[in-house]
Design a protein around this ligand. Structure first.
Ligand SMILES: Nc1ncnc2c1ncn2[C@@H]1O[C@H](COP(=O)(O)OP(=O)(O)OP(=O)(O)O)[C@@H](O)[C@H]1O
Length: 212
């Protein structure tokens, strides 16, 4: 299994958001759906090691998020729904830092920024457009040699060309063995992606649904 969850429970204070007894996926592209506030971002942030949780999360059958967190986080990347970065940093700063942390191959940042149309690499985030910030967050999600990439609402704020470019990158990575978890309130039909499965997050847990 690429990703396995068992007895995953997540709270904000006394408010329980996730209660997932068991969920597992093989290699593929998966669409996670759910109403506003259902807990999609919370699930993604939990799987990305950004929130403490109770339960077990395993990657590639080998890496437990709690026990082998460095190995795990080298192989699982996230592009957040509404990224916020320090206003004084530049895309160049952040991309270089994450590329180093993720053991990126030489030249990878240049390939991704070119592909996604990120032109203002030395302009601080404080003066970047929201679409540019989003594109940088998407580029960050492809750095290194991930086996899983989570893209939370990848379509928001980016223009038509960037959207097409993004899904070309998704297809290339998928063809090279990367599993994707995507969330979106819109369908991915026009992207020409072959979705392997869809899950609805409701009542704090994930259930398989048909892809429509
Ligand atoms: N940092 C936080 N502190 C407290 N409660 C939070 C926090 N983040 C999210 N929540 C609550 O957790 C629940 C799930 O929120 P989450 O953002 O995960 O949902 P979502 O499915 O991603 O929603 P949307 O489709 O609107 O983006 C909501 O009730 C939300 O108000």
């Amino acid at each position: 299994m690429v990703l396995e969850i068992s007895q995953l429970s997540q709270y904000y204070g006394s408010h329980q958001v996730l209660d997932i007894p068991s969920w597992e996926i093989e290699y593929g592209i998966y669409w996670i759906q759910g109403e506003n506030g259902a807990g999609k971002s919370t699930l993604f942030r939990t799987l990305s090691g950004m929130l403490p949780y109770s339960g077990k999360v395993m990657l590639n059958g080998n890496y437990d998020l709690k026990k082998q967190s460095v190995e795990y986080l080298l192989r699982l990347n996230i592009g957040e729904a509404e990224p916020v970065y320090p206003s004084f940093l530049t895309p160049h700063d952040l991309l270089s830092f994450v590329a180093e942390a993720k053991n990126s191959p030489a030249g990878q940042v240049g390939i991704l920024t070119e592909a996604l149309g990120i032109h203002y690499l030395k302009q601080p985030f404080g003066s970047c457009s929201s679409g540019m910030v989003k594109k940088v967050s998407l580029a960050l999600a492809f750095l290194g040699n991930p086996s899983v990439i989570i893209l939370d609402e990848p379509l928001i704020t980016i223009d038509k060309d960037a959207r097409a470019a993004l899904f070309e990158v998704v297809k290339t990575y998928y063809a090279n063995g990367v599993t994707f978890l995507l969330s979106s309130h819109q369908t991915f039909e026009q992207e020409g992606l072959s979705i392997s499965g869809a899950y609805a997050l409701r009542n704090k847990t994930l259930s398989a649904i048909s892809v429509i």
